[in-house]
Every structure is written in C-alpha cells, then in structure tokens.
Design a protein around this ligand. Sequence first.
Ligand SMILES: NC(=O)c1ccc[n+]([C@@H]2O[C@H](COP(=O)([O-])OP(=O)(O)OC[C@H]3O[C@@H](n4cnc5c(N)ncnc54)[C@H](OP(=O)(O)O)[C@@H]3O)[C@@H](O)[C@H]2O)c1
Length: 243
Amino acid sequence: MSDTNSLANKTVVVLGGSAGIGLATAKAAAAEGAKVIIVSSNQQRINKALEQLPQGSAGYAVDLSKEENIKNFFEKIGQLDHLVYTAGENLQLGVVETLDLEKSRDFFNLRYWSALAAVKHASGRINAGGSITLTSGSGGIRPQKGWVIAASICTMMEGLTRALAVELAPTRVNCVMPGFVKTELWGNVPEADREAMFKSAADMLLVKHVAEPEEIAQGYLYLIKQSYSTGQSIVIDGGGVLS
Ligand SMILES: NC(=O)c1ccc[n+]([C@@H]2O[C@H](COP(=O)([O-])OP(=O)(O)OC[C@H]3O[C@@H](n4cnc5c(N)ncnc54)[C@H](OP(=O)(O)O)[C@@H]3O)[C@@H](O)[C@H]2O)c1
C-alpha cells in the first residue's frame, strides 16, 4: 500500500466549496489533479468559484440545510473518492443569559446535522481508499465569552468524527479544527470592527497572523492524502489554544 494517496483523477466533493476554506481546499485538490465537485446554496457564487478552478471541475447549487437535497445530490453524482464538508453560515455568537434557544437550535443544522446527512448519503458511494473530512473549530477547545453554542458544535464534530471513523472503517473519517481564518464567515461583523478583531487576534497568536484559507486547506489535503489517520481532529490555529 502507498503511504500517500495520489489525487490524480480522484473525485473530491467539497460541500461548501464556493468560498473560504472549502474553495481553497477545492483549488488545492484540483492543483494535484483531482476532479473537483463543489457545492453551495448559491449558483452565482458557484459560477464565480468555478472560474477559479480548472476546466472539468463541476459545481452544483444545493441548499444543504435539507436532507432531501443532499440525498438527491449524491444520487445524481454517483461514486466519489473523497468528501470534504465545510458548509456553514455566518457565526451566531452571544452570551448565555440572552441566548435565543430556538434560534440556537437552528444553528446546529448546517454544521452538524447536514454534515451527518452528507456522510449518511455519501458513505456508500465512496471508493476504496477514500476519505471523509469534516470541519470543526478550535473554539471548542478554547472558547471565548459568547461562544457557548459555537463551542458546543465544535466539540460535537469531534465526537461525530470518532464515531463515524469506527462505523465506516476502513473509510477514513477525520476533521479539521481551524482557528481564526480570513473568510466571509466574519461578514456580519462591520468591516472596521473585523479588521480590528483580526489585528488583535494576530497580535495574540503565536504565529502573529490570522490564517488565509489556503493555510487551512493544507490540513484537509493532508488528511485526504495520507493513509493512516482516522477519527482524528487536527487543530490548525496559529498557536491560538496556547496563547
Ligand atoms: N473562518 C474562520 O475563522 C473559521 C474558524 C473555525 C472554523 N471555521 C469553520 O469552517 C467552515 C467554513 O467556513 P469559512 O470560513 O470557509 O466560511 P465561508 O467563507 O463563509 O464559506 C462557507 C461556505 O458554506 C456555504 N454555505 C452556506 N450556507 C449553505 C447552505 N445552506 N447550503 C450549501 N452551502 C452553504 C457557502 O456558500 P453559499 O453562501 O454560496 O451557499 C460557502 O461556500 C465553517 O463550518 C466554519 O464554522 C471557520
């Protein structure tokens, strides 16, 4: 058995691939010869992302918040080699005293339940030697004030990853836990506040900068290509949990 999987001619499906970490991962996989399929809810954003990917890449507009849509998508595309799940809407943060619990329940939908639905409908179609890579965040290990819900989701993803690795073996199932990354995820923070937030995060981080999505994409690529890790969640956070 080879110690790394070549991505040449492998099908890599990135759910949440129109922007941010997902698009960076799709680009990195395509650069290694993978046939990339990206999915997001918005056709225009898919089209824009496809302009940045090689010919032969494909994109589908699918609202991943509904299991039925996910099921239909995987029926349509058939077999694949590697599944990456990075879909997520803007963060909802808030202190516990004022949390809207109904809204907070909804926040688990796309990151947790839809990731699980994607695995449910994709796993039987993953070729031998394939993998699944999910997304969490370092906020579960080092939450800040206001992160009660977001941190809970992060930690759920770690447990889900371990349970799926056991159940779906020998398909490998892993997870990436990014720290701060410069993406549209932070789009609901006003621009001036966002820049100030990135600057103060950079000052605090051991590596002294907030990640670009391409730096996080390397983690997904590693987990896809290597052959021996499963059930693992890797932190890529510029030393955030130590600072
Ligand atoms: N950025 C960070 O600092 C950071 C840190 C830790 C963890 N993370 C996690 O990493 C993941 C990716 O985040 P990112 O920073 O790359 O965010 P992003 O740039 O906002 O990308 C999110 C992706 O999800 C897609 N999406 C949103 N709603 C969707 C839906 N209903 N159906 C299908 N696709 C949908 C978006 O596309 P459309 O809008 O076109 O649908 C986009 O492609 C998230 O789970 C996030 O929590 C991010």
